[in-house]
Design a protein around this ligand. Structure first.
Ligand code: NAD
Length: 499
C-alpha cells in the first residue's frame, strides 16, 4: 500500500474527490484492493460533456501549432514521470515493468508525433471545371471526442486518441476501463499539470475523465454532443457502441478484438521466428489485442520450431511483474483464468494436444498461468474466438495458399505476419489477395506496433485506425470550399438555368 501511495503522490494525484465505494481498483499481482472510488452517473456524465463542449468552442479558436504546444508540455510531464506512471500501470494492469514503461514511452511518442502534426493539418487544392473558380478542402475541429479504453492498455490508448484530438482542436471525454481507474486518474493529473503550465488559453473541460462501468460509457456514447466516439475493447462492446452511434449517425473509431496469426515458411530464419513467436504470444500474458494466437508452421520446419518452443516456454520466468527478471505477469482476474481453462478444454475436445496452461504457483491471490501451446490437427472452430489469455494454437501446413486462407478465415482482422526470406512469399502475403488484416508484417511478429503507422484492423476488429499516418483525419470534419473569383456564374456539369 505504501508503494501505491508513494506513486500516487509522485504523480500528483489527490484521490479525495474520487473516493467512494462503487469502483474497486484491484491489483492483479496479488488481488489486493488498491483504491475504492465512486462511479459517475448519467447526470455526472452529461455535466462533463457540457463542460467539454464549452471547452471545444474556445479551443478551436486557438491556432493549431499553439495547441501543439500543450501536447508538447504534456509529453514533457510524461518524460519526467515515466518511471512512476509505468510502475502504476504494472500495479494496476499486471504487465511487467518493461511493458509498463513501454506503454508510457508510446504516449510520449504520440505526443511528439502530434506536435509535428499540429503544423501539418493539410488540405488539398483541387482543379475546378469552371473558369475563374478554385476548389479546396479544409479540415476543422469536430467537437467533443469520446474515448472508451480497455484494461490492457490503460494509458496509451487514451494518448493515441487524445494527442491527435487536441491538436486537431477538439476536447476529449474519457471513460477508461473500470478495472484500471487509477492509471487514468494519474494521466489526467499529469495532463492538468501541462494545462497549468500552458496558461489560460487552455479552457477548463478540455479533458474530462468519467469513472464508471459500462453504463457510464453508454451515457457518453448516447450523448448527441459527442460527434466522434473512439472505442477500444471487445467486439461485443464495439458492436453495442456502433449500434448506439448509428441511431444518432455519430462517427466511430472502433479498435476491437484480434485473433492474430503468423505463418512460418520453409525459408524462415528459425532463431528470429522463435524470438518473435515467444514475445508475441506470451507478452502481457497474452492480453494484447495483437497477441499471437494462431501459428501456421510449414511441415518442413515444424520439427525445428515446435519442440524448441516447448523448451523456451518451460523456462519462461512467471511471477510478480514488479520484479525485473519476470517475463510473464498475472492475468487480469479470475474470469480471465476461467475463460482460458474453458478454451483449453474445448481445444482438447477438438483433438488438440495441450502443453502448459495450468495455474502457476506465485505468492498472493493473483491468477498466474503457464502459457499454453496447443497443437491442433487443423484450424478448428474454437480457434475462431479470441480468448484473452496466453494460448497459442499451432497447425502444420504444406501450401502457402492454405495458410493464408486460414489467416483470413476468422471473424477478426487486426494483425498478422509471415516469417520468410523468399521475396515471392512475402509479397504474396502482403498483396491484394494476401492477409486481410489491418497489419501485415514480414519477419517480425504481429505484436508491438510503432505509433508512426495507422493502427487498427478490419471485420470484427471494427475498421478504425488510430495513431500515425493520416489517422488524424478521423478527429476532424472536412469542408470542401468552391471559390468563384470570376464575374459570371457558370453551373457545374454545364447545366443551363436561364431566367
Ligand atoms: P471490454 O470490452 O470489456 O471493455 C472495454 C471498455 O468498454 C471498458 O471501459 C468498459 O467499461 C467499456 N464498455 C463495455 N461495454 C460497453 C458498452 N456497451 N458501451 C460503452 N462502453 C462499454 O474490454 P476489456 O476486457 O477491457 O479489453 C480486452 C479487449 O479489448 C480484447 O478484446 C482486446 O482485443 C481489445 N483491445 C483491442 C485493442 C485494439 O486496438 N484493437 C486494443 C486493446 C484492447
Amino acid at each position: 500500500m505504501n508503494n501505491i501511495n508513494n506513486l500516487l503522490t509522485e504523480l500528483g494525484v489527490d484521490l479525495a474527490p474520487y473516493s467512494g465505494n462503487q469502483i474497486h481498483s484491484v491489483s492483479p499481482i496479488d488481488g489486493q484492493t488498491l483504491a475504492s472510488l465512486k462511479a459517475d452517473n448519467a447526470a455526472h456524465v452529461a455535466a462533463k460533456i457540457t463542460s467539454a463542449h464549452a471547452a471545444h468552442l474556445q479551443w478551436r479558436e486557438i491556432p493549431a501549432p499553439r495547441r501543439g504546444e500543450l501536447v508538447r508540455l504534456f509529453g514533457e510531464e510524461l518524460r519526467t514521470h515515466k518511471a512512476a506512471l509505468g510502475q502504476l500501470v504494472t500495479l494496476e494492469a499486471g504487465k511487467i515493468l518493461q511493458e509498463g514503461w513501454g506503454e508510457v514511452q508510446e504516449m510520449i511518442d504520440i505526443c511528439d508525433f502530434a506536435v509535428g502534426l499540429s503544423r501539418q493539418l493539410y488540405g488539398l487544392t483541387i482543379a475546378s471545371e469552371r473558369p475563374g473558380h478554385r476548389m479546396m478542402e479544409q479540415w476543422h475541429p469536430v467537437g467533443v471526442v469520446g474515448v472508451i479504453s480497455a484494461f490492457n492498455f490503460p494509458v496509451a490508448v487514451w494518448a493515441w486518441n487524445a494527442a491527435l484530438a487536441f491538436v486537431c482542436g477538439n476536447s476529449v471525454t474519457w471513460k477508461p476501463s473500470e478495472k484500471t481507474p487509477l492509471t487514468a486518474i494519474a494521466v489526467h493529473s499529469l495532463f492538468m499539470k501541462a494545462v497549468a503550465r500552458f496558461g489560460s488559453d487552455a479552457p477548463a473541460g478540455l479533458a474530462e475523465l468519467i469513472i464508471g462501468n459500462s453504463d457510464a460509457g453508454i451515457a457518453m456514447v448516447e450523448d448527441r454532443r459527442v460527434p466522434v466516439v473512439s472505442a477500444t475493447g471487445s467486439t461485443r462492446m464495439g458492436r453495442d457502441v456502433a449500434q448506439r452511434c448509428a441511431t444518432r449517425l455519430a462517427r466511430t473509431i472502433l479498435e476491437l478484438g484480434g485473433n492474430n496469426a503468423m505463418i512460418v515458411a520453409p525459408s524462415a530464419d528459425v532463431e528470429m521466428a522463435l524470438r518473435a513467436i515467444t514475445f508475441s504470444a506470451v507478452g502481457t500474458a497474452g492480453q494484447r489485442c495483437t497477441t499471437l494466437r494462431r501459428l501456421f508452421v510449414h511441415d518442413s520446419v515444424y520439427d525445428a520450431i515446435v519442440p524448441r518452443l516447448k523448451k523456451i516456454y518451460a523456462g519462461l520466468p512467471i511471477g510478480n511483474p514488479l520484479e525485473k527478471t519476470t517475463l510473464i505477469g498475472p492475468l487480469i482476474d479470475a474470469q480471465a483464468f476461467s475463460n482460458m481453462q474453458t478454451a483449453l478444454t474445448t481445444a482438447k475436445s477438438e483433438n488438440g494436444v495441450v502443453f502448459g496452461g495450468e495455474r502457476a504457483k506465485v505468492a498472493g491471490d493473483g491468477y498466474y498461468v503457464h502459457p499454453a501451446l496447443v497443437e491442433m490437427p487443423t484450424q478448428t472452430p474454437s480457434m475462431f474466438h479470441e480468448t484473452f489469455a496466453p494460448i497459442l494454437y499451432i497447425v502444420r501446413y504444406t501450401d502457402l495458399a492454405q495458410a493464408i486462407t486460414w489467416n483470413n478465415e476468422v471473424p477478426q482482422g487486426l494483425s498478422s505476419s509471415i516469417f520468410t526470406t523468399d521475396v515471392r512469399e512475402a509479397e504474396k502475403f502482403m498483396c491484394d489477395s494476401g492477409s486481410d488484416c489491418g497489419i501485415a508484417n514480414v519477419n517480425i511478429g504481429p505484436s508491438g506496433a510503432e505509433i508512426g503507422g495507422a493502427f487498427g484492423g478490419e471485420k470484427d476488429t471494427g475498421g478504425g485506425r488510430e495513431s500515425g499516418s493520416d489517422a488524424w483525419k478521423a478527429y476532424m470534419r472536412r469542408s470542401t470550399n468552391t471559390i468563384n473569383y470570376s464575374h459570371s456564374l457558370p453551373l457545374a456539369q454545364g447545366i443551363s438555368f436561364d431566367f
